[in-house]
Design a protein around this ligand. Structure first.
Ligand code: 5AD
Ligand code: SF4
Length: 438
């Protein structure tokens, strides 16, 4: 009976885009099966969920103070659930530290949300997988953009990274399930899809059944055949798997957005080896050069970790050198953070003093600001094509160019969902402003 009553869900999402998509699945499943609708007001909520990230230590330590706050603010009888990577990693220990938590649901167990939500004390964190665990009720987020997971887990063994321990072995989702999902979203009005995975371009090596292997390049070709789909994005690819075939498809397929994430992590071959990234400084530079040659207006983004254990001044200079040579459009910077269940913990004796880590981080940030300003200002006076997707309360409409640069213009909802030419009139480090070309 209780299931007929409309209930409110407050959900907070931390971490990566895969978590965003998982949260959308949670919302859709709880709506379809349990009549939940979302609320931004925690005090109204019957169910409070935090979808967590464990990649760095800070978000994990913040988790307990955050759920403590939820427990104070929640209305009587409201439940609290902890989902995502920290749920996978800490499991029932979360309830030991915070006994008011009602259920814990791992990153790989999201499809069980409808089962655990009414079971006080439920903990679902095992990392088994079959394709049925990846079927969800339809989401109803942004009309023009959608995202679809193409694989779960990660088979790499980057020595700093907790993800393989929380999300498990890498398994690709069958191409026909991906295509069906994208077609459904396109029928709802989506024009752009983002294909998501921890390591998207190693797609197709292992499925849950005994089917033939395939490649990410082939998947891109299949997805781009979908009528009505106009733009394909993907994240995160691994520089090691950026072979010529992949780069050529990226360059010549007009539906593929010309923005690519190339997570460098370090510019030093020595440190890359200690990180077990599988490539050298030269390989990375060679791939970036080939991409720039084949796609002159490409935007390249990256992730950098400074102060990995044993990183010398010389190693750090190699990172600075790669940044200077590639000139990234966006850098996500991190100071190394030791994580449980990772091989880098064995390098404890080589850990770098925090002040040195902070100084290196600042150097990367300052250098990047110079590049960002230069790269963004080079757009002024150009005409760019924008898919508008967001009407803002101040009378502006925003969207993204094909190479994923955010653009703002004055305008109305008439622009939404359309590809429109815009003349760029000004630039900040993170966005462009312009006027619609009549
Ligand atoms: N310390 C710092 N940064 C990390 N990342 C992953 N693990 C760690 C860690 N232990 C960063 C990497 C990765 C991004 C998602 O998070 O740069 O690409
Ligand atoms: Fe972590 Fe490396 Fe896998 Fe990325 S590729 S999720 S950094 S182990």
């Amino acid at each position: 009976m209780d299931e007929k009553i409309d209930k409110k869900l407050f959900i907070q999402t931390l971490g990566c885009q895969m978590n965003d998509t998982d949260s959308q699945h949670i919302i859709a499943e709880l709506k379809q099966h349990k009549n939940y609708t979302t609320t931004d007001n925690i005090e109204d909520a019957d169910l409070i969920i935090i979808n967590t990230c464990s990649v760095r230590e800070k978000p994990v330590s913040k988790l307990f103070s955050e759920i403590g706050q939820f427990n104070v603010k929640k209305k009587e009888g409201a439940k609290i659930g902890v989902c995502g990577c920290t749920a996978s990693h800490l499991g029932k220990d979360i309830m030991k530290r915070a006994p008011y938590v009602d259920f814990v649901l791992g990153a790989r167990n999201i499809s069980k949300i409808k089962d655990v939500v009414d079971t006080k004390g439920a903990v679902e964190i095992d990392i088994d997988y079959d394709d049925s665990t990846y079927q969800f009720a339809s989401t109803s987020t942004s009309l023009y953009k959608t995202s679809v997971n193409i694989s779960v887990g990660c088979d790499k063994e980057c020595t700093y990274c907790i993800v393989p321990a929380t999300r498990g072995d890498e398994i690709s989702i069958p191409p026909e399930m991906i295509i069906e999902q994208v077609k459904k979203d396109v029928a709802r009005g989506a024009k752009e899809v983002t294909l998501l995975g921890q390591n998207v371009n190693s797609y197709g090596r292992r499925f849950s059944d005994k089917r033939e292997k395939t490649t990410f390049t082939k998947l891109l070709q299949e997805v781009s055949k979908i009528d009505g789909l106009e733009r394909i994005r993907f994240t995160s690819p691994h520089p090691l798997h950026m072979d010529d075939e992949f780069i050529e498809e990226f360059a010549k397929n007009p539906k593929i957005s010309k923005c690519i994430h190339m997570p460098l992590q370090s510019g030093s071959t020595q440190i890359l080896k200690a990180m077990r990234r599988g490539y050298t400084k030269e390989w990375f530079l060679n791939r970036a050069k080939k991409i720039r040659e084949m796609v002159p207006d490409v935007r390249i983004t990256t992730d950098i970790i400074v102060a990995f254990p044993g990183e010398t001044e010389e190693d750090f200079e190699d990172t600075i050198d790669v940044i200077k040579q590639v000139k990234f459009d966006q850098i996500f910077n991190f100071k190394y953070s030791p994580r449980p269940n990772t091989a880098a913990l064995e390098l404890k004796d080589l850990e770098i003093a925090d002040e040195i880590g902070s100084a290196r981080l600042t150097e990367v940030i300052e250098l990047h600001k110079v590049h960002q300003t230069e790269l963004m200002e080079s757009n002024i006076g150009n005409t760019v094509t924008v898919l508008f997707d967001n009407l803002r309360p101040n009378g502006e409409v925003s969207g993204y160019t094909d190479n994923f640069c955010q653009v703002f213009v004055k305008g109305s909802d008439e622009l939404l969902g359309k590809f429109i030419d815009v003349k760029v009139t000004s630039a900040t480090r993170t966005a462009l402003k312009g006027e619609v070309v009549k």
